[in-house]
Design a protein around this ligand. Structure first.
Ligand SMILES: [Zn+2]
Length: 261
């Protein structure tokens, strides 16, 4: 989360403070209850082109409205966490926030959206709640799917949070219709680079799985497929895992370069 406009320590701290205030101490808590305790009523439906909004009322309460044509629980919980983020972090900025699906994955354009997303991630998955055992096993989607289930979040949100906090050198790649939209790197992988707006590389597991509409399993791939400009020699190996979502026409890729950095 290397964006100089955002103080990520402050935001993580504010999320933890809120959990503390209501003595919430474990994964998968009822986030609508938390919103209600903050004076926020969650309503569903009536939205078409936006994913969620927040309105502040003059009496100090607020309303969060969530688009209801999407029943995926993890997505709804993240949206609510995101709007609670605007509520806590941006009280004087605006009386309302309209957040699109793009805003809910925005980590580059708008400071407020980046902050609300980081707040939601920190609220749903505080770093201290991730068991140490998670860092002792190989990074793959089997592990991350389990995290997603335990924390009741989407696989995308779980992969993001895993990558943000990872002690391994890992990269996350989000692609839509076979084209790379954005990437995220763990601290130890920060000097590795993958170009955006290009198609999934030939020779990658993700390209193969995307074309065949199937799920991958962690396997070693040719490093040159993902990092053509980088000569790893024999020192590093690249492992790849992928999950294809037919529903959203997207794919998640996890790349792991053991021993790097
Ligand atoms: Zn927003």
């Amino acid at each position: 989360m290397a964006d100089e406009r955002v103080n990520s320590i402050r935001i993580e701290h504010q999320a933890l403070e809120l959990l503390d205030r209501y003595a919430i101490s474990g994964p998968g808590f009822d986030i609508e209850d938390l919103a209600a305790a903050e004076g926020l009523l969650v309503r569903r439906g009536g939205l078409k082109n936006i994913e969620a909004w927040l309105i502040r009322h003059a009496n100090g309460t607020g309303t969060i409205r969530i688009r209801d044509d999407d029943a995926e629980e993890g997505r709804i919980r993240f949206s609510i966490g995101h709007e609670i983020g605007h509520w806590r972090l941006h009280p004087t900025l605006s009386q309302g926030f309209l957040c699109t699906a793009a805003d809910l994955v925005d980590y580059t354009r708008s400071t407020e959206e980046i902050e609300a997303n980081l707040f939601a991630a920190s609220l749903l998955v505080p770093r201290t709640w991730v068991p140490d055992a998670v860092w002792r096993v190989d990074p793959d989607f089997e592990l991350i799917s389990k995290l997603a289930k335990d924390f009741r979040i989407t696989l995308t949100a779980a992969t993001r949070r895993y990558t943000e906090l990872a002690k391994h050198p890992v990269l996350m790649v989000f692609s839509k219709a076979g084209k790379i939209e954005w990437t995220l790197k763990s601290q130890r992988a920060r000097s590795l680079y993958i170009e955006r707006a290009t198609t999934l590389p030939i020779g990658s597991l993700s390209r193969e799985c995307w074309e065949q509409k199937r799920t991958g399993k962690l396997e070693q791939v040719d490093a040159a497929a993902w990092f053509p400009d980088r000569d790893f020699g024999r020192d590093f190996e690249v492992f790849e895992d992928t999950r294809v979502s037919q529903r959203y026409g997207s794919a998640l890729t996890l790349l792991w370069v053991p021993g790097y950095a």
